[in-house]
Design a protein around this ligand. Structure first.
Ligand code: ADP
Ligand code: MG
Length: 506
């Protein structure tokens, strides 16, 4: 007898429908799985046999052939176990095959017949809805995540036996676990911990308001890491679509707890990371940190320690908002719309330009600067010196709390949304040259100030474009229709090192 069960493979970060076909014929006992499965799919034969027997069913002592179709798609991981087991039960007449037609089935089995937590449930649920299936069986731990997809009945069960009983109709689908409520914002680090640092804190707020990339430079212990970690606390909340996308990506990567991800991602990979780890890759291709930071922040601490190939690999993701990984005949696309924040010492020892403790030689300084220059520095909108706060600043009250800054950021974002409606950009940081021309209007004095800065050679043409975008964000924060001279001076001040850097990199 032949049975067919729908399931899904995760291809990069997207679901692809897979049909599990199980055929049972008389013959010597054998269990073969064909259809381009990896090692864990081949090993699933032993898990399925034990799980079926330990769930109180019979394992047919005949010739069993299972096929995973379409055959051209690589099937990776143990997530096909449950579909294969239910297929065997249906093909051997222990389940009515017709009852399975409205179901998609997803999950790994243990030898004892438990359905184990498996990564990628939200992607599978989206695939099941897209394929027009009415019900989806998932491990109980993933029920709430899969339940984020509406118009689909989620059957979150702990065991193969429980899944079979729901399919037969002996048991109703168990209710979805209750949602834990909204995400508590107070849990994250807050800007009120930061003393002094007026310019860096302002830069952080501008970066959040316009979606600008930010470089913090300063001696060790001045609070660069501390500042960067507080950026998520002032970013606007994600829309539901953004949250669903982040949940899907984190779920596929297996780094996701339960339900909907509500906090914007903050990814801070160690500087030893490879380029595949940073932008995605491997076989089968997996998303990298740039994709896990999608809709959030990618923080590169100690930027000059990263290997140059890893940093170069960030070029396309930064430019296009996505990264394309080519494997054989196929290309996978991973989303990478993140804000880049980087921190670095001014020199290898950290004290150049700060005090006379610096012992770095000219060659070391040059090497350090060369590592920083190039593709990443070109893409930084804000370049901020972080200096050691004065003693009285450490005792003074903080400049702002995260809640106050967040309110200003949200208002500035609303202004940008209205202005940019109908264009592909959502924030000033995403405006291209044409959008900048159309939307960034300067008062005369601001125009003169910018022209002067450009004429003195302190700005490159690209730097000028970036200053205009940042100036627009500053004007949005201050509720100015046109960019004033003061806005322009603030923007130029937050890019003060460009001219020097450009000269050094040449
Ligand atoms: N401006 C500041 N206000 C309050 N605490 C600070 C400040 N600067 C530094 N600190 C303290 O010093 C610690 C080290 O700062 P850190 O962010 O690790 O420095 P960096 O990354 O620049 O080396 C912080 O965790 C914080 O306790
Ligand atoms: Mg640090």
């Amino acid at each position: 007898m032949l049975a067919r069960v729908a399931t899904f493979a995760i291809d990069g970060v997207d679901p692809r429908q897979v049909w599990v076909e199980v055929d049972i014929r008389s013959g010597l006992p054998a269990f073969t799985i064909v259809g381009l499965g990896d090692a864990s799919v081949r090993e699933s034969r032993d898990r399925i046999r034990s799980a079926i027997l330990n769930s109180g069913f019979e394992f047919p002592l005949t010739r069993i052939t299972a096929n995973l179709a379409p055959a051209f798609l690589r099937k990776v991981g143990p997530g096909f176990d449950a579909a294969l087991a239910l297929g065997v039960l249906a093909a051997s007449g222990q389940l009515p095959a017709a009852a399975l037609t409205s179901y998609a089935v997803f999950g790994e089995l243990s030898l004892g017949g438990e359905l184990r937590d498996s990564p990628g449930a939200l992607a599978v649920a989206e695939g099941a809805r897209g394929a027009g299936l009415a019900r989806l069986i998932v491990p109980r731990e993933r029920a709430r995540e899969a339940g984020l997809v509406q118009e689909l009945t989620i059957v979150g069960v702990p065991t193969l036996r429980a899944a079979a009983e729901v399919v037969i109709g002996a048991q109703p689908p168990p209710p979805l676990p209750a949602s834990p409520g909204s995400f508590p914002r107070g849990a994250e680090p807050d800007l009120c911990d930061v003393r002094g640092h007026a310019a860096p804190v302002l830069a952080l707020e501008i970066a959040a308001a316009g979606g600008h990339n930010l470089l913090l430079e300063g001696a060790p212990g001045t609070g660069k890491t501390m500042l960067a970690r507080r950026l998520p606390s002032i970013l606007p909340a994600m829309t539901r679509d953004e949250a669903l996308e982040v949940t899907r990506l984190h779920s596929v990567a297996g780094i996701h707890g339960d339900g909907l991800v509500q906090a914007r991602p903050f990814r801070a990979p160690h500087h030893t990371i490879s380029s595949a780890g940073l932008v995605g890759g491997g076989s089968p291709p997996r998303p990298g940190e740039a994709t896990l930071a999608n809709h959030g922040v990618l923080f590169l601490d100690e930027l000059s320690e990263f290997q140059r190939p890893s940093l170069d690999a960030l070029r396309q993701p930064l430019e296009d908002g996505c990264v394309t990984i080519v494997r054989g005949q196929r290309a996978l696309v991973f989303p990478t719309r993140f804000m880049l924040v980087a921190a670095t010492n001014p020199c290898p020892c950290g004290f150049a330009g700060v005090d006379d403790r610096c012992r770095c030689g000219e060659a070391e300084l040059r090497r350090h600067r060369r590592r920083l220059s190039g593709p990443l520095l070109d893409r930084m909108d804000l370049l901020v010196d972080v200096q050691r706060p004065a003693e009285h600043e450490l005792r003074a009250p903080p400049a702002t709390s995260s809640a106050q800054a967040r309110a200003r950021v949200a208002a500035a974002r609303a202004r940008q949304r209205d202005r940019l409606a109908g264009s592909p950009a959502r924030a000033n940081g995403e405006m291209d040259v044409r959008l900048v021309q159309r939307h960034v209007q300067l008062e005369h004095a601001a125009e003169r100030t910018l022209a002067h800065a450009y004429a003195t050679g302190a700005l490159s043409a690209r730097g000028r474009h970036r200053v205009l975008r940042v100036a627009r964000t500053i004007a949005d924060l201050r509720r100015h229709e046109r960019v004033t001279q003061e806005d322009m001076l603030t923007a130029l001040g937050l890019r003060q090192r460009v001219g020097r850097e450009a000269a050094l990199a040449a």
